[in-house]
Design a protein around this ligand. Structure first.
Ligand SMILES: [Zn+2]
Length: 338
């Protein structure tokens, strides 16, 4: 016994970096069972279900001790008219902050984001009795939303805060064409020039990708557009998650999620995805019980580890000037964003 205890004491004295704690499959499942339940009617923009989801996310942020981003509120609110849904209403980005530890760098920001809206309800004149008309959106993007909340929970537990602040943000209106994130890009709560990076989470809960089963790995959109993907890949590897190259889809999907809206205003911004395509994509059968929760938890921990690494680094991700596909975003960055 004694030699082992001595060894343990010596290890404890070593100045080891604090590891991001594991993410919980049970928390992720609980979030999904609620967000993707029929009660929320597919979280269309705008809708009652979307409002309920916003309240739920804000109450989780509060529970984890995140600072409200808009005065004493977690909501950045506006009104929006949906042509798709034929309705007008109130919509809200939900934003909470984990303040950084460095006196200067705490005024710079790493965004961890996802969209919490989905497609709402299918419109059908004479549905069959009991026919499923609800686009539950468990993987798209209940998974990113649950992932943002779980990243917030595990990162807020850490004793050592990263140098930069981490902003957790859930957007409305992605399915309407990146509306919530574009609204944020035009009305940023934190200066765009001081926004170091955005790590967006999309479709990270299912491992049954159209390209085959993907375990303990993810793709990154626009993988060569900035050097942020390299930082993410390096951090993910420390918790056993590999970055899977997919040049064919990686560039094509760059503008297909909310990182695109922030890239347009210059922020080095990418989306992490486990499955770009999967059975039930944009179908009513995108249900919570089809997610691979153990794998989901592993991927969320890797995302949180990446966010921590970027936020704790003095290095700033840069647009890759040598890549013509990144040129317009690099120009937006040079203009200071906006
Ligand atoms: Zn999505």
């Amino acid at each position: 016994m004694k030699p082992i205890l001595l060894a343990a004491a010596l290890i404890a004295l070593a100045p080891a970096a604090e590891q991001v704690p594991p993410a919980s499959a049970n928390y992720l499942r609980a979030h999904e069972k609620f967000l993707a339940s029929d009660l929320l009617e597919g979280r269309g923009t705008p809708s009652r279900g979307l409002d309920i989801a916003a309240q739920y996310i804000a109450s989780e942020f509060e529970k984890y001790g995140l600072k409200p981003a808009v005065g004493d509120s977690y909501f950045q609110e506006t009104t929006y008219t949906s042509r798709r849904q034929g309705v007008e209403g109130k919509v809200r980005n939900v934003i909470g902050v984990l303040t950084g530890s460095d006196p200067k760098l705490k005024d710079t920001y790493v965004l961890v984001t996802a969209h919490y809206d989905h497609l709402g309800m299918r419109k059908k004149e004479n549905p069959e009795p009991g026919e499923d008309l609800i686009f539950n959106g468990a993987n798209d993007d209940g998974s990113g939303t649950a992932g943002v909340m779980e990243c917030a929970r595990i990162l807020s537990q850490m004793k050592t805060k990263p140098k930069r602040s981490i902003v957790f943000m859930c957007f409305w209106g992605e399915e309407e064409g990146l509306r919530g994130s574009a609204y944020y890009g035009k009305n940023p709560v934190f200066p765009l020039a001081a926004t170091t990076a955005q790590i967006n989470l999309e479709q990270i809960g299912r491992s049954d990708s159209d390209e085959g089963v993907k375990k303990a790995g993810f793709n990154i959109t626009g993988a060569t557009f900035t050097d942020l993907p390299q930082m993410i890949a390096k951090a993910a590897a420390t918790v056993g998650v590999k970055y899977i190259e997919d040049p064919q889809h990686s560039d094509a999907y760059f503008m297909a999620s909310d990182n695109g809206a922030l890239a347009l205003v210059g922020v080095p911004a990418h989306t992490i995805s486990v499955a770009y395509g999967y059975p039930d994509y944009h179908r009513v059968g995108d249900h919570w019980d089809k997610l691979d929760y153990p794998n989901f938890a592993v991927v969320v921990r890797a995302a949180a580890t990446a966010a921590y690494a970027v936020a704790d680094s003095t290095a700033e991700p840069k647009w890759n000037a040598a890549n013509p596909k990144a040129k317009r975003y690099a120009e937006a960055r040079a203009k200071g964003g906006g």
